[in-house]
Design a protein around this ligand. Sequence first.
Ligand code: HEC
Length: 149
Amino acid sequence: MMTASRISSLLVMASVSTLVATTFAAVQAPVPSGPASMRSTNQGVFTAEQVEAGKVTFKDICSDCHNPEYFTGEQFMAQWANKPLFDLYQMVSVSMPSEEPGSLTKEQYAGVIALLLQWNGVPAGTAKLEATDEAMSAIQFDFPKPTGK
Ligand code: HEC
């Protein structure tokens, strides 16, 4: 029941969005409920273009206070991995940049999230990372798969 209502609220959100998003949600809706319907960051959930946009935002804004190293490594992954990507997105979009929280566009925040994922070895794909709470909540930040070189 809860999942069904969550899906229908997703549909409502999508219908006020673009036609493409509506079509996508309509296709997604019949998928069975439960955690299996979460996507994984290993499935290509952001594009290379978003990473490029994220680099610009990072250089212009985040790098005033942060080195890239702050966003990789065991401590960062322990904090954010194995959780919905929403947790990281929420933290960043509500609290950062700390002297002017929430001052960037949602697209800029999504781009920065894509960049942080890439720094952690998560592969880009063809699907754009949607800058909505719903989309971020439906993606799990998984530890990246080994590259198998
Ligand atoms: C004016 C300085 C400043 C700017 C600019 C800034 N941050 Fe921060 N950021 C901080 C501080 C200080 C903390 C530590 C907050 C705490 O631990 O309570 C932090 C913490 C974080 C964390 C939490 C890291 C963790 O694992 O706990 C993330 C993620 C983050 N910032 C991302 C960003 C991003 C992305 C940007 C650019 C959009 C940004 N920050 C811009 C000062 C800044």
